[in-house]
Design a protein around this ligand. Structure first.
Ligand code: GEK
Length: 244
């Protein structure tokens, strides 16, 4: 794991909880926060690198959408098969990308990874073999998700892939409630207090909008992907592979 301050952003009762944003204070604790909040995160990032390596095509791009501090880019770059590809990270938080640049340069001096500040729904994409979108589509307004996924599909050749990881909702309400409880148990076991868990939940309300596994699979098919399935799930966090 990258070095990181401990996340205690939600440890106090919040007078004005506001909406969750990816600002400087989040950036400082981000690696600790995501590791202790997303069950299976380390596995997903490592396997993302492996999947990117298997699908790397020389002369094309591997693009990480919502790259945050570049964990997936580093995982991809650690495989020699990706050396013939251009690695690109896109994020709309300038604070996040500043820290990402310094993290990447420390870990991989002389790297040629390109970082772009911008909204992933507004970019033009082409000549890509692997799109990585780990825990980012959930922050895009639902009515803009299909257009984005279609754009990604159109920039891929048959056999190329999209790796998509998301917090999901379970179709059956009782099972959904159980999964949420299991996730909260995980966070408690990671040292978060009940107050922190409740505050974070409130801050993410209407900001992080999860969908069901089937909802994601239907959209991927509708966007023109030929095959898709879940390759990893831990509680209510799932990772999909969609093959163009
Ligand atoms: C990881 N993938 O470590 N355009 C660009 N970036 C965006 C947008 C947008 N419209 N909306 C949100 N972001 C990373 C983790 S974090 C997930 C991804 C989380 C960015 C936002 O700035 C943040 O860096 C990232 O998407 C989501 O595997 O914090 O739960």
């Amino acid at each position: 794991m990258m070095n990181s301050d401990r996340d205690n952003l939600f440890a106090q009762t919040l007078a004005d909880p506001g909406l969750f944003t990816f600002n400087e204070s989040v950036v400082g604790v981000f690696p600790d926060m995501i590791q202790r909040s997303v069950p299976g995160y380390g596995t997903v990032i490592a396997m993302t690198g492996q999947l990117a390596a298997r699908h790397a095509r020389t002369g094309s791009c591997i693009v990480d959408l919502g790259c945050s501090l570049g964990a997936s880019l580093l995982a991809a770059a650690s495989h020699p098969e990706t050396a013939g590809c251009e690695l690109i990270g896109i994020d709309n938080s300038p604070a996040m990308l500043r820290q990402c640049r310094s993290t990447l340069d420390k870990a991989l001096p002389n790297n040629t990874i390109r970082l772009q500040t911008g909204d992933i729904t507004e970019q033009h994409y082409d000549n890509t073999c692997v799109f990585i979108m780990n825990y980012t589509l959930q922050f895009i307004p639902p009515n803009r998700r299909l257009a984005l996924v279609k754009k990604l599909r159109d920039a891929l050749q048959p056999g190329d892939i999209l790796i998509l990881s998301e917090k999901i909702e379970l179709a059956e309400p009782a099972m959904n409630a159980r999964m949420i409880d299991m996730h909260h148990d995980f966070k408690r076991a990671q040292g978060y207090s009940d107050l922190e868990i409740a505050n974070k939940r409130q801050a993410l309300e209407n900001v992080l909008i999860p969908e069901t596994r089937q909802g994601h699979i239907d959209r991927l098919n509708q966007a023109g992907f030929s095959h898709c399935d879940v390759w990893f799930q831990c509680f209510n966090f799932a990772s999909f592979i969609a093959v163009a």
